[in-house]
Design a protein around this ligand. Structure first.
Ligand SMILES: N#Cc1c(-c2ccc3ccn(Cc4ccc(CN5CCCCC5)cc4)c3c2)n[nH]c1N
Length: 243
C-alpha cells in the first residue's frame, strides 16, 4: 500500500517511522511519504490560510496549495486513483469496518487540515476524479487532522497482510464479534493481593471460553449498551441469557 500524507506540520507524522508501522515500511508492505503543504505555495510567506468568506472565527486553508498538492500526488488520469481521506470534525465516524475498507485500497492520500478546515472546493474538486472519504475520530475537537491520520494509519496497518504476527488476535478482536473483549491477565498468579481468576488457570478451555463470553457481555452491557443493541438477532444465544 502506498500512502501520501500532506500536512503543514509534517514532523507530527514522525511516529509513522516507529514500531510496527516502521517495520511494515521496512519490509515493503507499506510505502509512506509525508509532504509539507507549503511545498505548493509560491509567495514569500508560504501562505496556506486566509479569512473565511461569510465571517466567523479563525482562518480557512486556501484551495490553491491543496489543489497543486493533489495534482502532484494524484495526477489526473492516474489509474487507479487514490482514495483521498480527509480527517474532519464533520466526517463519518471512523470504525473498524472503515479501517478494513481503507486497508483494501492500493493507494491512500491523507489531507491534514488545520485552522477551521480546508476550503470545501478542494474536496469538491477532488471528488470529480477520486473517491473522497471525510472521517472523524469522534465527538471531540482536535487542532487538526494529523493525530487522526496516526490513529487511522495504525488501525489500517494492523490489517495489512504480514504485519501482525498473530492473526488470531485479529480474528478475536471485539469489534469483529460485536462485543468488548474480556479482561486479560498474565503472570504472576497473585500480585499485590489481586488474584488471577481461577477459571483462567483451570486448563478447562470450554469453561474459559464461557467465562470470557460472560465477561465480554457484562462489560459491553455496562460500557457500550449501543453495541449490545446492535448485535444481530441470534448473536446472543440462549446460554447467554441464562440466569
Ligand atoms: N478527525 C478528526 C477530528 C477533528 C479535526 C480534524 C481535522 C481538522 C482540521 C482543523 N481542525 C480544527 C477544527 C476544530 C473545530 C472546528 C469546528 N469549528 C469550531 C469553531 C466554530 C466553527 C466550527 C473546525 C476545525 C480539525 C479537527 N476534530 N475532532 C475530530 N474527531
Amino acid at each position: 500500500m502506498r500512502v501520501d500524507v500532506v500536512s503543514i506540520f509534517p514532523e507530527y507524522l514522525a511516529p509513522l517511522e516507529l514500531s510496527l508501522i516502521g517495520r511494515a515500511r521496512a519490509t515493503g508492505v507499506l510505502d509512506v511519504a509525508v509532504h509539507d503543504l507549503r511545498t505548493w505555495t509560491h509567495d514569500v510567506h508560504r501562505t496556506v490560510d486566509d479569512t473565511p468568506y461569510g465571517g466567523g472565527p479563525g482562518m480557512v486553508m486556501r484551495p490553491e496549495p491543496w489543489g497543486e498538492a493533489l495534482d502532484a500526488l494524484a495526477p489526473p488520469g492516474a489509474e487507479p486513483p487514490p482514495r483521498l481521506v480527509v480527517p474532519t470534525p464533520v466526517g463519518a465516524p471512523f470504525t473498524q469496518a472503515m479501517a478494513h475498507e481503507l486497508a483494501a485500497e492500493s493507494r491512500l492520500v491523507f489531507a491534514c487540515g488545520r485552522y477551521e478546515g480546508i476550503d470545501q472546493r478542494v474536496l469538491d474538486h477532488a471528488a470529480t476524479r477520486m473517491p473522497v472519504t471525510e472521517v472523524s475520530l469522534g465527538d471531540y475537537v482536535l487542532f487538526g487532522g494529523e493525530v487522526a491520520v496516526l490513529v487511522i494509519m495504525e488501525a489500517v496497518t494492523r490489517l495489512l497482510p504480514g504485519v501482525l504476527g498473530n492473526v488470531d488476535s485479529l480474528a478475536e478482536e471485539s469489534h469483529a464479534h460485536g462485543l468488548l473483549e474480556a479482561p486479560v491477565y498474565t503472570k504472576p498468579p497473585s500480585w499485590r493481593g489481586h488474584e488471577v481468576p481461577e477459571i483462567l488457570r483451570s486448563g478447562d478451555h470450554g469453561r474459559i471460553a464461557r467465562w470470557r463470553r460472560d465477561q465480554a457481555l457484562l462489560r459491553t452491557a455496562a460500557r457500550r449498551p449501543d453495541m449490545l443493541a446492535a448485535l444481530a438477532p441470534g448473536e446472543l444465544d440462549k446460554k447467554d441469557v441464562a440466569t
